[in-house]
Design a protein around this ligand. Sequence first.
Ligand SMILES: C[S@@+](CC[C@H](N)C(=O)[O-])C[C@H]1O[C@@H](n2cnc3c(N)ncnc32)[C@H](O)[C@@H]1O
Length: 268
Amino acid sequence: MSGYAWLGILLGLLLFGGVLYWLLITTEGVYLGRRMVVWLYDLAAKEYDNLKAYDPRDERLLVARPVLRAVRGLPEPVILDVATGTGRVPLDLMREPSFRGRVVGLDDSRKMLAVAMEKLAPFAERVALLRHPAVPLPFPDEHFDAVTCLEALEFFPSDKAALREMVRVLRPGGTLLTTRRCGWEGKAFLHRYRSQADMEALLEELGLAEIQFHVWEINYELVTVRKPGHGHSAGQVDYGKDGRGPRRLLHQDKAEGHGFRPEEKTGE
Ligand SMILES: C[S@@+](CC[C@H](N)C(=O)[O-])C[C@H]1O[C@@H](n2cnc3c(N)ncnc32)[C@H](O)[C@@H]1O
């Protein structure tokens, strides 16, 4: 074989490797569908916390404080964390002595939830974990005082469909806290990338107000928005009695027995 042929093969292999890296690592499977994304998170679940190495002091500032601010004045707020992963938001909140509310953490990866379950076992009375895709959410309208979805929107088949569901289950006057992937990592998502202007237009289209972008992590901005109106959450949910803590819920794919009316797990 000539030198040109070898060069061609080498370039082809490099290109193939580059595309594979972009599909599986950079964009974490999102161009290959929800099942692929979730499978990759299942694979990475045991290492996820080591890779992220969140510092509890930073977490207090970056996660717990903004959520506490969002539910200020509510004695026992009920919070939904969509794509809870290994339980970052529930754990950060449970570590806050001033937080007396409850958290439902939803994620489609069984193995990420298994890690969350272990970490959150001491808080079983106030945290429920649920394996379910982000669309549709298996909760009634206006159910939660606040909804969080951190570092996950870009992995959903449709960020718009997922946000619409989060807005539906948020009570009027409630706050949604989510993130916008920015920097070169965000732009690597090609047409799925949302600039600030795009994101703002999308949130406005969904009827949200008081849209604010905050400096947050290196490749993420924190986005806080409010659902217009006033109201009380309908979150009359018993998470604690009868052993309905994380362990029990993890083995349910639906939220039966929790005051929710589960819908079919159809996915996006
Ligand atoms: C980068 S992790 C973020 C986890 C957590 N929010 C945090 O900040 O550490 C993304 C999470 O989204 C979940 N996920 C991806 N696609 C999903 C979908 N369609 N429905 C529900 N969860 C999904 C993954 O399983 C994973 O746990």
